[in-house]
Design a binder for this molecule. Structure first.
Ligand code: SF4
Ligand code: MG
Length: 317
């Protein structure tokens, strides 16, 4: 399969507010990400809240301006596009947010919310109604409800509206940022199944952002594990869950509840809390919390290393 998106050295640093007597803290939210995403796959980015995964997703679509790096989408570096060119490109690159209620205008009907991207991309008026009705059906909503407002729908239905909005222009790539985290578990699987059906139907590529390894295991082809602004491991789903290489990944996977009572798994506890991205530890950023740390880890940053096709950033390899 061909690459659809190639990310090189993506960074997002920004000055954070601090006390008047202190110099501004410099937050390294995303600190040099390299990533290739292939056509038609679901690549998940997983990590604790505050690790920079949402910031990465927004930077990839330039909803946030990165500080540095390249994002190649089918032969075009998105970072070199003007605002107008980027807006045109948006028809192919869309985002689904965690909380559709916060991002659906409460004063507008569903019809009007879904029409907005079509107007922005100058889709002819005669075609719009047809596209809206078709898309609403595809995501499992009733077209007779188009004149309703967002608050008249349940959480799961609102996420279907959020997905319909992203789908209106039939994009090639969708960044889904925690799309089921705000939903009840029973609704989560319906939405995940819908996303998978849509992927089959339209051949879309997903970058799926989540803190929930159970959800990630359900939906991904490949998984990137993020820690303090960096990808520390990237592997196929099977490899990552069966033989996680990075001590952080090992700890995350050891914490997944086991359904099979005969299976034994030792829980690896993470030491301490996630450090501030304004003041990341020297050497390996994970070293204060790592159960396998060595002397070198305190001073030297590990490099990205390939081990049987699995990328890992750790001195053990
Ligand atoms: Fe742990 Fe060292 Fe590997 Fe970092 S480089 S994850 S501290 S073993
Ligand atoms: Mg987030």
């Amino acid at each position: 399969s061909k690459p659809i998106l190639e990310v090189k050295g993506l960074k997002k640093h920004f000055a954070a507010k601090s006390g008047w007597f202190q110099p501004p803290a410099f937050v390294q939210a995303v600190n040099g990400i390299n990533l290739t995403v292939y056509e038609g796959e679901t690549l998940s980015i997983v990590g604790e809240s505050g690790c920079g995964k949402s910031t990465t997703g927004r930077c990839l679509l330039r909803l946030l301006e990165p500080s540095a790096g390249e994002v190649w989408f089918r032969g075009t570096d998105l970072m070199t596009l003007t605002g107008k060119e980027m807006r045109q490109m948006r028809s192919q690159l869309q985002i689904v947010f965690q909380d559709p209620f916060a991002t659906l205008n409460p004063k507008r009907t569903i019809q009007s919310i879904l029409e907005e991207p079509l107007i922005a991309q100058q889709v002819a008026g005669s075609k719009r109604a047809e596209l809206i009705e078709e898309t609403v059906r595809i995501v499992g909503l009733n077209p007779s409800h188009l004149q309703r407002y967002p608050h008249q729908f349940s959480g799961g239905q609102r996420q279907r509206i959020g997905i319909a909005r992203a789908l209106m222009l039939r994009p090639q790539l969708i960044v889904a940022d925690e799309p089921v985290s705000a939903l009840d578990v029973s609704i989560q699987s319906q939405i995940l199944n819908l996303l998978q059906d849509l992927q089959e139907q339209f051949g879309m590529t997903y970058i799926f952002i989540s803190h929930d390894l159970g959800v990630v295991e359900h939906i991904s082809d490949r998984v990137a594990v993020m820690y303090l602004g960096e990808i520390v491991e990237l592997a196929s789903k099977k490899e990552l869950f069966q033989k996680p290489l990075h001590p952080y990944t090992q700890a995350l996977i050891s914490a997944i509840p086991i359904s099979d009572p005969d299976e034994k798994r030792e829980r690896i506890l993470l030491q301490g809390d996630l450090p501030s991205p304004a003041n990341p530890p020297k050497g390996c950023r994970f070293h204060p919390r790592c159960h396998a740390r060595m002397e070198i880890c305190r001073t030297q940053e590990p490099k990205e290393t390939m081990v049987d096709g699995q990328m890992v950033k750790c001195h053990l390899y």
